[in-house]
Design a protein around this ligand. Structure first.
Ligand code: CP
Length: 330
């Protein structure tokens, strides 16, 4: 897979009627969180906030009436796929869902570039989830219409990181000054890779709690070190729980292990229970990108600090904002 490609803009030749090409993010691919600076995030979150207000007030509105999204998923998804669908439909647009690529021409051996170039003949924006790291960047190299990375293997999940950061901001009021502890599968967990990179734009401290074989990748630690972000690694959460403002828990990603015995050895390494929460700050939030498979006991769900279901809802507003932005309507 090829390296990250900087986002590109539409040329006027491809400018659909009524779109504002001077709008920030118009025609851009969303491939990696590396493409954002802090001002970008502030702007996206302002738009997401507006989207939230609009959904609360009117439910749906016709900002993207006539626009079509292709939801192209080579891997399973519940939240990302359905929230992009809901986002497009709440904005008055429509969706071509390709959630089962085995029923598409992919099963006949069609390449990713050909599939994306086919879909963009019919739609205005493509959301892509793919098992290979770098797949979204590859698709973006070939696509004239915006490609949004909905997760590329163990690479990145930029829209999840944006909604995670939006969640922190909405729940705790600010990001600067916070201590964020990431716990679980930090090696294969693409959400934590993207989130750590986005958080490095702020004044934060990061703790990584993981089994030895699932530690945060060295290149991400080095990247953040170069930016002066304080980081510490642990194998248990006891030492860091009391200082943590955001506890971000991830699932051990069974599907990424080559050796099933290694998965068996580390699955169930951590379980957040009411006893864990008793040791945490009163104003801490507990997040998880979901699905969970036992890392957070359901006994914790009623704790007001359990933010993971609210986090899913924030995802709708962030994805509405992104769709509106890349289509030049915000
Ligand atoms: N958080 C997340 O990416 O969930 P899905 O795999 O259900 O899309």
């Amino acid at each position: 897979m090829s390296a990250f490609v900087p986002p590109k803009r539409h040329t006027s030749r491809h400018l659909p009627f009524g779109d504002r090409r001077d709008a920030p993010f118009y025609g851009q691919h969303i491939v990696s969180v590396k493409q954002f600076d802090r001002d970008d995030l502030t702007y996206i979150f302002e738009v997401a906030h507006e989207m939230r207000e609009m959904v609360m007030r009117v439910g749906s509105f016709d900002l993207l009436k006539g626009k079509i999204l292709a939801n192209l998923f080579y891997e399973p998804s519940t939240r990302t796929s359905s929230s992009f669908t809901a986002a497009m439909e709440r904005l008055g647009g429509s969706v071509i869902p390709i959630n089962e690529v085995r029923y598409s021409s992919v099963s006949k051996g069609e390449s990713l570039p050909d599939t994306v170039r086919t879909l963009e003949s019919y739609v205005d924006v493509v959301v892509l989830r793919h098992p290979q790291k770098g797949a979204a960047a590859l698709a973006a190299q070939y696509a004239r219409k915006p490609v949004i990375n909905a997760g590329d293997g163990a690479g990145e999940h930029p829209t999840q990181a944006l909604l995670d950061l939006f969640t922190i901001r909405e729940e705790l009021g600010q990001v600067d000054g916070l201590t964020i502890t990431m716990l679980g599968d930090l090696k294969y967990g693409r959400t934590v890779h993207s989130l750590a990179r986005l958080l490095s734009l702020y004044d934060v401290r990061l703790n990584y709690v993981a089994p030895e074989i699932l530690r945060m990748p060295r290149e991400i630690i080095a990247e953040l070190e170069a930016k002066g972000i304080p980081q510490a690694e642990h194998t248990t959460s006891e030492a860091v729980l009391a200082e943590t403002d955001v506890l971000y828990v991830t699932r051990v990603q069974k599907e990424r292990f080559e050796d099933p015995a290694q998965y068996e050895a580390v699955k169930g390494s951590y379980v957040i229970t009411p006893e864990t929460m008793a040791q945490a700050k009163k104003r801490m939030i507990l997040m998880h990108p979901f699905p969970r498979v036992g890392e957070i006991s359901m006994d914790v769900d009623a704790d007001p600090r359990a933010a993971y279901f609210r986090q899913m809802e924030y995802g709708l507003y962030v994805r509405m904002a992104l769709l509106a932005l890349v289509l030049g309507k915000a």
